[in-house]
Design a protein around this ligand. Sequence first.
Ligand code: SR1
Ligand code: MG
Length: 401
Amino acid sequence: MSYYQMNENLSIDYLMKQGIFSETSNLTSREVGDGNLNLVFIVKDTLSGTSVVLKQALPYVRVVGEGWPLSVERTIFEANALEIHNRIVPNLVPKLLHRDDELALIVMEDLSHLELMRYGMMKMEKHPKFAEHISTFLADTLFYTSDMHMSSEEKKRLVAKFINVELCKITEDLVFTDPYYDADRNNINPRLKPYLEEVFWKKTELWLETSKLKYKFLTEAQSLIHGDLHTGSIFAGEEETKIFDAEFAFMGPAAFDVGKIIGNIFINYVSWSGKDEDVEKIQDYRSYLIETVKRLHRLFEKKFIENWKKDAQDISARVEGYRDQFMRNLFIDTIGYCGVVMIRRVHGLAHNIDVDGIENLEKRRDVQVKLLELGEILIMNRHQFNNIEEVTDMLRENIEG
Ligand code: SR1
Ligand code: MG
């Protein structure tokens, strides 16, 4: 069936026709999408209480409108990635129940009993299992889709399957390029503009270093990466963590996923400087965030190395010193990408509500300047940091003194 756009009634008709609910069910549908790109419906049977999520790509960028067309093929990449994630880390992703590539939609397990991690963090919620879970997600998805584990042929077929032209281009532009000059698409706090003009856009060395990281993003087909692993792509609760929204997936640098999630936690960490919250509560929450990042990264490295020792197939992966060098490069790039994502969320097109929720524009600007300065330190000094503790110490000294 050729593409048509879903609405609440049509989503019910479609799911009934597919036999996803029984004929006796009584369905309600609610459009709940708050992301930048797609429609998302929660469809529920009021009799049995069962529910599913139907996500459909729109033929344009939702947050901008029809003026920015975007092909709906991104759903194919998301479904393909989700199938692989369901095989490698089934407990950490939504179950894929149905896919329809013509209609550019997927039907998934409904996880709305969990909260979006970003919203929880804005209320200082702690997620005690998060570091454990996300480190497994990263170590397993990034290792088992790499040349260390796959045969050369299998890996190249995977590269071919994930030529995600349009969504990669969005990242190339919005993350690595637009924030470094006065691009039309940038979304700038008017109070920040003088700082950008007088200071930030004059930092040619910084743009050079970011361009090197961009080149790695363009060329390093290391692993199947999620591609947009921020705190809005994760549901987190006391016991569960579920990673979703893999439409940006492609074979890219593993460090991009690791750096992106750490960068988003750092954004939340810095955002508290602009909020009227109790000082002790902020201190406590910031300590939790720092511990989370340290644990996440230590566990990620440990699990990735364990996978390597256990399951590396390529004989070259056993060469003396090879793995240590690989891990070192992965760390350096992680710190670089962490800095890059902190910067792009300040004045690129897409922001984080953690910071944009600060209504007073002067206070928001002060937080944004801090983020730009920290992003710069991370990018420019990425080769000097020896471990994640040195990175979090730097952050702490900068923000808490
Ligand atoms: C036009 S899409 C803007 C951003 O939303 C997604 O979350 C990605 O981060 C993308 O860059
Ligand atoms: Mg998304």
